[in-house]
Design a protein. Structure first.
Length: 93
C-alpha cells in the first residue's frame, strides 16, 4: 500500500485527469474499453488522488478524511444560484 501512496503522491495532475476521464467514460484515450478490473482499479486510484492531493469541497468528491462529500440540497441550490445570463420577454422568443 505504501508503494501505491508514493505513486499517488508523485502522480502529475494530467495523469489523474486522464484516469478520471477513463473511469467516468469506461474508455481509455485511444477509445479502447476498460475491463471491469481496470475500471475498478482506476476508480480507486482516482479516489485516493482526490483524498491525498486535492482539497476539494465539491459534491460527491472524496475529502481529505477519506469520506465522500455530500452537500445538502439547500447548499447545492445556493452554489448554483447566480446571476441570469440573459432575460427575454415571451414575445422576443
Amino acid at each position: 500500500m505504501t508503494d501505491l501512496l508514493k505513486v499517488i503522491d508523485e502522480m502529475p495532475l494530467a495523469v489523474y485527469e486522464r484516469l478520471k476521464n477513463a473511469a467516468e467514460t469506461g474508455k481509455w484515450e485511444d477509445g479502447s474499453s476498460l475491463s471491469e478490473e481496470q475500471r475498478d482499479s482506476t476508480l480507486q486510484v482516482v479516489m485516493l488522488f482526490q483524498q491525498r492531493r486535492l482539497q476539494q469541497q465539491e459534491h460527491f468528491t472524496i475529502g481529505s478524511d477519506g469520506n465522500v462529500i455530500e452537500l445538502s440540497k439547500a447548499e447545492l441550490k445556493k452554489r448554483f444560484r447566480g446571476d441570469n445570463i440573459a432575460q427575454f420577454k415571451e414575445d422576443e422568443l
